[in-house]
Write a protein that binds this ligand. Sequence first.
Ligand code: MTE
Length: 342
Amino acid sequence: MLIKFRKKSDIKESALTSESFYNNRRTVIKGLGLAALGLPFANQAKAGLFDLLSDKKDDSDRAASQFKRSLLTYSKNSSYQSLTPLTPEKKILQYNNFYEFGTGKADPFASSQQFKVDPWSLTIDGLVDKPITLHYEDLLKRFDIEERLYRMRCVEAWSMNIPWLGFTLASLIKSVSPKSSAKYVRFETLYDPKQMPGQASRRIGGGIDYPYVEGLRLDEAMNPLVMLSVGLYGKTLAPQNGAPIRLVVPWKYGFKGIKSIVRITLTDKAPLNTWQQIASNEYGFLANVNPDVDHPRWSQASERFIGEGNLFSQSRKATLPFNGYQEEVAELYKGIDLRRYF
Ligand code: MTE
């Protein structure tokens, strides 16, 4: 595996907030590894880091060559409209994890603008009575699109507030009539090394065995919070955010939110998700946001919120159990030791 992780002892969380850190930032950045800035997945995040430090504006050449996003018709779900402040759209579009396009935070934006999402089809199969392959347009016709403002908490201890557009995964699963033997849902990202440089090169793709795979228990998947997202900030998704369709599970770490999905399979066995394959002692199957269970190499008690401003003006806030969605989901884990099954 190519990813080189730093030891927990290398990461000084307190250094991120102190005034002296702000004043000495140039020295600190030189002296510490990128992991110290909350980027432990990545070993090559320089470009993303640069964006964060400079908070630089779009340049017009870049904007002109950008993937075109279309406006979507949607309603606002009034139960999920009160989250503030939202993360600025530009940050959501330019600070990403999508290893198929490289491991740096700016790589997905830089390398995905020519990604082809039309035509796109999504197959739902496995332990269902009515397996189906739907084209992207069919999805938009079949399901009403709504907007929900959700917190997203990455396992790397940064977070965003995102106005997602999409529909519930439950509505899609119900429409294929799951068999009673179905217990889990397995998701798979497109495998297309010609379009995804990280799949063509283990060095660019962080040594992952693609396609990227994720999974949920069926009862989790049916929870009304879980969305299949087709857009954000009023428009269709950009490639770097997982166009044309990605998963959003707001009470779990962001890596569960698998992007550019082509297949959803109902199974009777727990799927081995990608990050579990890489380091099962660090990334579990459930991956519920939990401030009380630290990652083996860093604390999960707090997070850096990505809002307006740059790395030095962004604040840390306490991480909430189940990322603040405890009321809606805690029941799903009654009687489970969440330290052991993390
Ligand atoms: N899906 C695929 N296929 N490949 C990835 O590398 N990264 C995950 C998740 N989905 C990833 C993925 C991680 S680690 C996070 S935090 C979120 O996507 C980031 O979503 P965003 O870039 O839209 O904020």
